[in-house]
Structures are given as structure tokens and as C-alpha cells.
Ligand binder design. Structure first.
Ligand SMILES: Cc1cc2nc3c(=O)[nH]c(=O)nc-3n(C[C@H](O)[C@H](O)[C@H](O)COP(=O)(O)OP(=O)(O)OC[C@H]3O[C@@H](n4cnc5c(N)ncnc54)[C@H](O)[C@@H]3O)c2cc1C
Length: 338
């Protein structure tokens, strides 16, 4: 039977990333005992948060140099922890920090890596499930090579709820970290303005190119559109998605919203976010866009066109209405609730 290690960094505030508890839930489905491994500048809080999760013990590397994400130090810590555990299956949450180093860690361990794992199942041995071709094909993978490193996508599994009680025993792993050549001087957000991508939000709000098109009075109203979208995002806490047509407008010299970047694009050449609900506005609902809605469970759309793509089996509910009017009303209702 394989021995399983879950390895993760801790967040800058010392907390255990939620994605680590999701990866742990995925690991537990394999039935084998799981050892946890944490690295960071201070790991006590995260190790204590593993009480009542069924992990046998927690291996730790603690060092001030591990406060910030840095390839050389993160990779050295993760590799040392994996080696110390002797595990044949090494799971990591696919946070940006772990994603950056785990391929290199697999190489240092002489192992193999698979990424974007959404589920683990035991089918006569550990089997990883992942999607290919923009979430159109689901595949099951097994490997003979060990150690097998697996990066588990966040948002695919319910996070394990720690039952509390006695914290698992902690074992320090001694490691002389390589002298860092990179100094981290600060963090800069990719978006120039407001942070609009919120992976943990319940609702995905998609804005399409219709927001910048000529309206019934023959004129476009981009400033009004911008104010309506921002007011909804602030009032609801929703995450902002976009169609390709809207984000591409910046390259064509047209008005595009300050807070919108290509990172917001959902679809075949964009992202495939995971949210419980989605609301598309002024977006036609064409297949290359809607393919990015694979993991949105309840879908609604507002469009003036009763024959738009959403009407053709792509949304649960289509409101044939003017999104300017609808969002004005929705924002007023949200404001009244506060
Ligand atoms: C290879 C390839 C990859 C692609 N990848 C992606 C991708 O990743 N993501 C993506 O989004 N697209 C992608 N596309 C483009 C995609 O096919 C569509 O062109 C794009 O999604 C259209 O964007 P839209 O619906 O915002 O704009 P439009 O097609 O211009 O639709 C605007 C909509 O707004 C509605 N509207 C206007 N005013 C109002 C109003 N006041 N109230 C309500 N509704 C209103 C209109 O009725 C219309 O339906 C890809 C295309 C190709 C060929």
C-alpha cells in the first residue's frame, strides 16, 4: 500500500491554506494513513489546525526565509519534507506557491508529477482524475513510478472539517536552506485597480461586450455600466468574469473597464472558475465562452435577445431584459439590505 504525504506551505499569517484541507480530503478517500508536512516562517498555528483531521503526524520545516514564496527555498523545503517522510504518494494543494515548485521537487525526488487533479479514487491502486481539452474530457490516471507527486486543484473537493481535539505530533526536519539570491521586497496585485477575482465567492458575475455597445437611445453608456458593475461587485462580494469580446476591446482602443483584465476572461481560452452560482449579463453565451462555466452549478443570464446562446440550454434561467435596468434594481435591493 502507498504511504501518503500532504505537503503545503503555510500562509503569510501562519494559517493553513484552505486548499490544503481540500487536498487532505481528497487524500483521505484513498484510505491509507496520511502524514502532513508544512513549511513556513512559523508553522505552529497551521499544525494545530490539523487536530482532528486524522493525520498521523506533521513534519515541519520552519525558517524565517520561508515567509515569502521563493523557488529555491520552497523547493528545498518541500523536497526535504518529502524525503524525510519516505512517502510514495506526495500530494500538494495547487496554490500558486506549490504549483511553482512541485515539478522541480518531483525531479529532485526522482519521481513523476501530475497536475490539475480534481479527485482521487482507489481503483485497485491510487488513481488520479483530471480534465483535459478545456474540461471536455475527463481522464483517470495511474502510474507505476514512485514517488508520484500530485497537485490537487483547489475548489474541486469540499475542505475537510477538522474535528479539533489533540493536535497531531509534530516532528522537525533539519534543513540548511540554500542562501537566497532573491529578496522579496513586496507584493503587487496584477490588476491596476480593484481586486475583482474572488475564487471563494458564491457567485460569478460575468460582464459581456453588450455593456459597452450602443443601447436603445443609440449611444453607448460605458461609465454607467462601470458604476453598475462595480456597485454590484461591492454589494454582493461576487467574483467578476468577462467574455473575451469585452476584454479584447482594450487592444482595439475601445473603452474597457479599469478593473477588468484578461485574467477575468472565462471560457475556452480563459479560465474555468468554480462557483455555486453564475449570472451573465450582456454576454451572448456562445459555446467558447460557456465552456468555461463547466463547474458553475446554477446559471442565470440577462440578455435582450431571447434567442441568445443562454436560451439554448446553456442557462437554467434567462431573463429577457435590459441589464442596465435589472442591475440598477438589483443594486438598490442590495443597498436596502445593508
Ligand atoms: C478559438 C476561440 C476561442 C474563444 N475563447 C473564448 C473565451 O475563452 N471566452 C469568451 O468569452 N469567448 C471566447 N471566444 C469568443 C466567443 O466565441 C464570443 O465571440 C464571445 O464570447 C462574445 O462575447 P460577448 O457575448 O460578450 O459579446 P457579443 O457577442 O457582442 O454579445 C453581446 C450581447 O450583449 C447583449 N446586450 C447588449 N445590450 C444589452 C443590454 N442592455 N441588456 C442585456 N443584454 C444586452 C446582446 O444581446 C448580445 O447578446 C472564443 C472564440 C474563438 C474562435
Amino acid at each position: 500500500m502507498d504511504s501518503i504525504l500532504l505537503v503545503s506551505h503555510v500562509d503569510p499569517d501562519g494559517a493553513l491554506p484552505r486548499a490544503a484541507l481540500e487536498a487532505l480530503a481528497a487524500a483521505r478517500t484513498l484510505g491509507a494513513p496520511v502524514t502532513a508536512a508544512l513549511f513556513g516562517h512559523s508553522v505552529g498555528k497551521a499544525a494545530a489546525a490539523l487536530a482532528g483531521t486524522g493525520v498521523a503526524k506533521v513534519l515541519v520545516v520552519e525558517d524565517p526565509a520561508l515567509e515569502a514564496a521563493r523557488y529555491s527555498t520552497d523547493a528545498a523545503a518541500a523536497a526535504a519534507l518529502a524525503k524525510a517522510s519516505g512517502a510514495s504518494l506526495v500530494l500538494a494543494p495547487a496554490t500558486s506557491r506549490m504549483t511553482r515548485v512541485m515539478a522541480g521537487v518531483a525531479q529532485r525526488l526522482g519521481g513523476r508529477i501530475d497536475t490539475h487533479v480534481t479527485q482521487l479514487v482507489d481503483e485497485g491502486g491510487p488513481t488520479a482524475v483530471r480534465w483535459y481539452y478545456r474540461q471536455r474530457i475527463e481522464a483517470k490516471l495511474r502510474r507505476k513510478e514512485r514517488p508520484w507527486v500530485l497537485l490537487v486543484d483547489p475548489g474541486a473537493t469540499e475542505a475537510l472539517k477538522p474535528a479539533g481535539g489533540a493536535a497531531p505530533p509534530v516532528e522537525k526536519v533539519a534543513l540548511a536552506l540554500p542562501a537566497p539570491r532573491t529578496q522579496v521586497t513586496g507584493v503587487r496585485s496584477p490588476s491596476s485597480g480593484e481586486q475583482t477575482i474572488r475564487p471563494d465567492a458564491k457567485v460569478l458575475f460575468v460582464a459581456g461586450a453588450g455593456w459597452t455597445k450602443k443601447q436603445q437611445d443609440g449611444k453607448p453608456h460605458p461609465e454607467e455600466a462601470e458604476a453598475l458593475i462595480l456597485a454590484f461587485l461591492r454589494g454582493s462580494g461576487a467574483s467578476l468574469g468577462s467574455s473575451k469580446s469585452l476584454v479584447d476591446q482594450a487592444g482595439e482602443g475601445q473603452k474597457v473597464f479599469e478593473f477588468m483584465t484578461h485574467l477575468n476572461q472565462v471560457g475556452q481560452t480563459g479560465s474555468t472558475p468554480r462557483h455555486a452560482k453564475g449570472l451573465a449579463t450582456c454576454c451572448h453565451g456562445e459555446e467558447p465562452h460557456v465552456v468555461g462555466w463547466r463547474f458553475i452549478r446554477e446559471r442565470r443570464a440577462v440578455n435582450l435577445d431571447a434567442s441568445c446562446g443562454w436560451a439554448r440550454g446553456k442557462a437554467d434561467v434567462l431573463y429577457v431584459a435590459d441589464a442596465f435596468a435589472v442591475m440598477t434594481k438589483v443594486n438598490a435591493l442590495l443597498a436596502a439590505k445593508k
